[in-house]
Ligand binder design. Structure first.
Ligand SMILES: [Cu+2]
Length: 494
């Protein structure tokens, strides 16, 4: 199979699988258009330059963007600076940063700096009191870049039933904060963001988030919920960065090189599993934070909001596909060709990988945790929406908002215990803080610092949080639909 066949096969799958949901003959009728040259941003207002003494380090312009996912497959979305992903924002840890955000759309927007320690009014969450970037307006942000690691930025607007807002759009980008101690043990560095496009609502079971019957399910109720599930978000098209598998440039490597892959799942709805046949990933950081025990794995599990940094040693010359394990996702675009030098016109090879279970704890260490000052139990439940409705989500028995349930004392040490009493896996994200994973489905661990953790279906996780970032702090499932329909909580400092 050559690259062009891949794209064609991808379309066959798309048309075959989701035909009813797609516009008729979408693929055939869409003329090939060139992505327009980005409009030149107007100069920053003089008064603003004077106010800050200089232009901002970065400018993000929110505006409609065309993305050519593959030849003759062009989608329209909203992006930053007419690029998807948006520009790589890169700086040293501790560096003061200024960002101008210009909103060329008709709706208020929020830019969230995911994984950064920034004040609530800068963080980019309406619930925390961050002011919006008004429609056709702008906002200037100033903060210090910390902590070091792979962070990212994305829209934090609520989408609700509008699948063209928030994280359904192309508003995401890498935010790399370099540590002064990076040993630099790699020859090449690549940034790979996973995305799906043209989302639609369906009751068809997506299965990737469902319980693995072999998993321990400590939160599974004795009697299953008989109510029918509601509409969930699916998508017919996938890409890594802005290209479907086979459509963009391959990742060009040389035998013996060590490639540092910065993986980001910028999906609004799907957990992904990635493999590169013949190779293993040495996972060195999760959510940008160095892990105590880097391990070689053949499959990477990555949920919406998560990042994985992995080094891949290039020791199997050939042309391979780095792709999603699920055929439907990979053949609909989720993959990239990895090509060793001097391989001629070889076809890219995919080989099925053994499916592995998610287990963060292999990257941890054994160490005792100091006793927490307080344990906060959080129980998550689904209220199934039925075939024509949307599921609603409860945190400790009610949908967002919560009044004063979650109050932290500054300097306190908290253990949050996440009880997932639903048949979906959820990536749970805490803003403005890192937490340390203490336990996953009964397995203890230490030293894994994250800002987003997958709690498997009917599973349980415990994390320790030090309350050292005063200010309103949003907690939510990073699946846009879940968050929009109740799966959020606001933590306050006393
Ligand atoms: Cu969720």
């Amino acid at each position: 199979m050559n690259r062009r066949d891949f794209v064609r096969l991808g379309w066959a799958t798309v048309i075959g699988a989701g035909a009813g949901k797609l516009r008729p003959a979408f693929a055939e009728s869409l003329p090939l258009r060139h992505v327009p040259t980005p409009p030149q941003p107007p100069p920053v207002a003089i008064s603003e330059r004077k106010a800050t003494g200089r232009a901002a380090d970065f400018t993000l312009r929110i505006a409609p963007a065309m993305v050519e996912l593959a030849p003759q497959v062009v989608i329209s979305t909203i992006g930053y600076n007419n690029k998807v992903p948006g520009p790589l924002l890169r700086m040293r840890e501790g560096q003061p940063v200024t960002v101008d955000v210009v909103n060329d759309t008709d709706v208020p927007e929020y830019v969230h700096w995911h994984g950064l320690f920034v004040p609530s009014e800068v963080d980019g969450a309406e619930e925390e009191g961050t002011p919006a970037v008004p429609p056709h307006g702008r906002r200037h942000y100033q903060f210090v870049a910390k902590p070091a690691g792979s962070r990212w930025y994305h829209s934090h607007a609520a989408a609700m039933m509008d699948l063209h807002r928030g994280t359904y759009t192309g508003q995401f980008g890498f935010f790399m904060i370099d540590s002064a101690n990076d040993p630099g043990l790699y020859d090449q560095e690549v940034f790979l963001a996973l995305r799906e496009w043209e989302p639609y609502l369906t009751t068809m079971d997506q299965d990737e988030g469902r319980a693995d019957p072999n998993d321990r399910m400590p939160e599974k109720p004795a009697t299953p919920d008989p109510r029918p599930n509601g509409l969930e978000v699916s998508a017919p098209l996938y890409s890594i960065n802005d290209k479907m598998l086979g459509a963009g440039d391959p990742l060009r490597v040389q035998s013996g090189q060590r490639i540092l892959m910065h993986l980001l799942n910028a999906s609004a709805s799907q957990i992904h599993r990635l493999a590169l046949p013949g190779h293993k990933f040495q996972v060195i950081a999760l959510d940008g934070n160095t892990v105590p025990s880097p391990q070689l794995v053949s499959v990477i599990h990555i949920a919406p909001g998560e990042r994985v940094d992995a080094i891949v040693e290039m020791n199997q010359p050939g042309v391979w596909i780095l792709g999603e394990l699920r055929d439907v996702a990979r053949t609909s675009g989720m993959g990239i060709v990895v090509e060793y030098a001097n391989q001629g016109q070889q076809r890219a090879i995919w080989l099925p990988s053994p499916s592995t279970r998610l287990d963060y704890t292999i990257f941890g260490k054994t160490a005792p945790h100091p006793a927490p000052d307080q344990t906060i139990d959080m129980v998550f439940e689904k209220v199934p929406g039925g075939p024509h409705g949307i599921n609603r989500w409860l945190v400790n028995g009610k949908e967002y908002p919560h009044e004063r349930e979650f109050v932290l004392q500054q300097g306190g040490r908290y253990r949050l215990v996440f009880h997932n009493r639903s048949d979906d896996s959820h990536p749970l994200h805490m803003h403005r803080h890192l937490f340390e994973l203490v336990e996953l489905n009964g397995k203890p661990t230490a030293g894994i610092k994250k800002d987003t953790v997958i709690v498997p279906a009917f599973g349980r996780a415990a994390v320790d949080l030090i309350a050292d970032q005063p200010g309103l702090t949003l907690f939510h499932c990073h699946i846009q639909q879940h968050m929009d329909f109740g799966f959020m909580a606001l933590f306050r400092y006393a």
